[in-house]
Design a protein. Sequence first.
Length: 276
Amino acid sequence: MQIGIFAKTFSGNTPMDVLQAVREAGFECAQYNMACSGLPAMPDAIDAATAAAVRSASTATQIPLVAVSATYNMIHPDPAVCAAGHRRLQVIAANAKAMGIPLLTLCTGTRDATDQWRGHPDNASPQAWNDLLRAMEQTLEVAEAHDIDLGIEPELANVVNSPTAARRLILQLQSERIKIVLDPANLFERAERTEQQRLVSQAIDGLADRIVMAHAKDRRADGSFTIAGKGVLDYEHYLNALLASGFTGPLVAHGIEAKDAAATARFLRNKLEGAR
């Protein structure tokens, strides 16, 4: 299991600068964001030179890029917003192979019109689910065309808000392209330790065959997010459950500032060595 980080944690608008910072902080891989190339996270265009520079920096720094963010609100209440997001996803997908990136990370969306990571009562409606199915069907066509996988993440505020919903989506779409990004801090807001452990084990047991990337952040006792190791998440249980499931993919830290990156890498490495 390699320890990685969101590349966007570090300032800089060239992939070489950003990935050097990733390496210097003690990480072994990264989840990329096009902002690290001086572009919007969801750009309207990526030229060949920009894509080649990403791959070149990854090779030079020996930091593999395990995924790239392609998140937009897939069920935004305004269809024009959804269409624009899908067009930009296509741009990233068309360049992913040139950048050496095998996975696009997605946001399964919310009816909230201003924040794709904020919940909404209508997320549980049949129409929201049907809209997500249609959006995912379109996105799967893009993934097939460009030979790239899609990572969805169970997230309380989105339509796919649980491991059960993730499995339902997988079963309905019947595509091996759909993979799981698992972040245990997104499975609960507040939970006693035994309940937290149950939720994490249930997610890993139920989705083990699709998990390709694990995220690492944390929750404070009040339910707010914090960096890995500074909250209540039982990392020993989480990592042991991942290893027991046969997971060998990247463990990617996020939700942190650059000043905390090296300490987070050390924390995750120590916990992982203890789990082994």
